[in-house]
Design a protein around this ligand. Structure first.
Ligand code: FAD
Length: 464
């Protein structure tokens, strides 16, 4: 460590104390990389502040010394955004945890940024509410990370992305200034709505330290089914039909046969609830407040779809265990990502009317180029968002896989990142989804809010 770096560390230690700082051998390997597992880099220093004021002190002093920092939440990000680059120190929010307030009248939950999402889901449930943000990484990801990435997940179809659930934010700027917008109002047009600058900007414009989130009354019934289908056009027809027939669709998750078979046979080692193999599977969920009526309506709707030939077969959950078993198949992606190697991992957005042709073209071109490729397709089809995991098992092929998939996605009016963000790993393809003018405006905002580029430098966009 250089003399200036040591002096900086000494001055930060003097203000926030030793207990909030790890250095040298104290820094565990987990701080070196996010879930992408790409390009790990062990940082020299990790700050673990437990107050907004301490976050502000760290940023103020690092900014004065031009010391770059990378912000870390739960490190479940898949775009390499929280992975340190050489010379960066880590600002981890893992000790900034807890529910600050649950306001039952305003139906809001105020939480510190490092709180795991699942902790907030449980806090809301215990008070008779629902926080309708849910993703496979719920146990490890933090609400600050969810806000920074504008996370999507399983309930976007009904409740929108994280952005639509955030009412107020406390943010610390790169120079240490604390911006506290503790808004609880649904309607508030008093000037610029600044929180949207920070939601989805992946920690490059400010550090989220606290958030006020919208709650919804908990629904009393939830009905779930796993549907098997033969054609992709039936998947889309089912979505349309269910939107008409059911009052609230809270999840509509599609799985291609390649994903479903791998998850059931190779990951979960389960008996397939269907007697035979099918081409497509949909995990469908509906919510309501009239348990008996909701179940009857759900069953009737599925029966009509079977009669119409859109569904080849369906299994309705008759217990909480059944429902959990359905979701275990969909959530097996977490385990799959630990099993595969050198994978290209996609979260593309594709307009529904283009999905079938786009995926067919991707499959054909990848097979033509690589022969026997490992490819899994699944995702939040109700939101026009698909995940693909593709690998040949060889690191040197990964870049070419990304190029092919993004080129074809772009040609079908799709986007390169529907929910995981750009981070470091998807930067080379940002220009396929954003115009040069949009990228320049992003660079202008970055330079205005973080003129010394100390905060998550190089994430999302390069320097102008
Ligand atoms: C099994 C699995 C399933 C997943 N499913 C989904 C899904 O369905 N939908 C989805 O959208 N994502 C999904 N993800 C991706 C990931 O969980 C989300 O991106 C999540 O929001 C990241 O939160 P985190 O706390 O882990 O953030 P990190 O990985 O720690 O960081 C992500 C980015 O946010 C920045 N950041 C973190 N905290 C803050 C903060 N307080 N202030 C400012 N910047 C910050 C980091 O610098 C980085 O750029 C999944 C990941 C896994 C492993």
């Amino acid at each position: 460590m250089s003399l200036t770096a040591k002096q900086l560390l000494d001055s930060i230690t003097a203000e926030i104390g030793h207990s909030a700082i790890l250095q040298g051998e104290q820094v565990e390997p987990r701080y070196a990389v996010d879930w992408s597992r790409e390009n790990p880099c062990l940082p020299d220093v990790v700050f673990r502040p437990n107050s907004t004021e301490a976050v502000s002190t760290i940023l103020r002093l690092c900014n004065q010394s031009r010391q770059p920092l990378v912000v870390q939440g739960g490190l479940t990000g898949l775009a390499g955004g929280a992975t340190p680059q050489t010379g960066e120190w880590v600002l981890s929010l893992e000790r900034l945890q807890g529910v600050v307030e649950l306001d039952a009248e305003s139906m809001t939950l105020t939480a510190r940024a490092g709180t795991p999402l699942e902790t907030l889901q449980l806090a809301a449930r215990e008070a008779g509410f629902m926080l309708p943000l849910d993703l496979g990484a719920r146990g490890s990801c933090t609400i600050g990370g969810n806000i920074a990435t504008n996370a999507g997940g399983n309930q976007v179809i009904q409740y929108g992305m994280t952005r639509s659930l955030v009412l107020g934010l406390e943010v610390v700027m790169a120079d240490g200034t604390i911006i506290a917008s503790r808004n609880k109002l649904l309607k508030n047009n008093t000037g610029f709505d600044l929180k949207h600058l920070f939601i989805g900007s992946e920690g490059s414009l400010g550090v989220v330290t606290e958030a006020i989130l919208r709650l919804f009354p908990a629904t009393s019934s939830r009905t779930s089914a796993l549907c098997a289908m033969t054609n992709f056009s039936d998947v889309i027809a089912l979505l349309k039909s269910m939107k008409k027939k059911l009052p609230v669709i809270s999840a509509f998750e599609a799985m291609w046969a390649n994903y479903y078979r791998y998850a059931v046979d190779e990951v979960k080692h389960r008996r397939d609830p269907f007697g035979q193999h099918h081409n497509f599977y949909v995990l469908l969920e509906s919510e309501g407040n009239e348990t008996d009526k909701d179940e009857a309506r759900f069953q009737q709707a599925l029966f009509e779809e079977l009669e119409a030939g859109r569904i080849a077969d369906a299994v309705i959950a008759s217990s909480v265990q059944d429902r959990q078993d359905f979701w275990a198949i969909r959530d097996a992606v977490g385990e799959i990502l630990r099993m595969v190697k050198y994978e290209a991992n996609f979260d593309i957005g594709i307009p529904l009317n283009q999905t079938e042709s786009c995926i067919r073209e991707i499959e054909q071109e990848l097979q033509r180029e690589f022969g026997n490729l490992f490819l899994l397709i699944f995702g939040h089809i109700g939101d026009g968002n698909l995940h693909l995991i593709a690998t040949t098992g060889k690191r040197e092929d990964t870049r070419r896989i990304y190029d092919i998939v993004y080129r074809i996605t772009g040609a079908h009016q799709g986007g390169v990142a529907a929910e995981h963000g750009i981070g470091m790993l998807k930067k080379p393809w940002l220009h396929l989804s954003r115009s040069p003018e949009e990228i320049v405006l992003m660079q202008t905002l970055k330079s205005a809010l973080d003129p010394n580029h100390i905060l998550n430098p190089g994430r999302v966009i390069g320097r102008a």
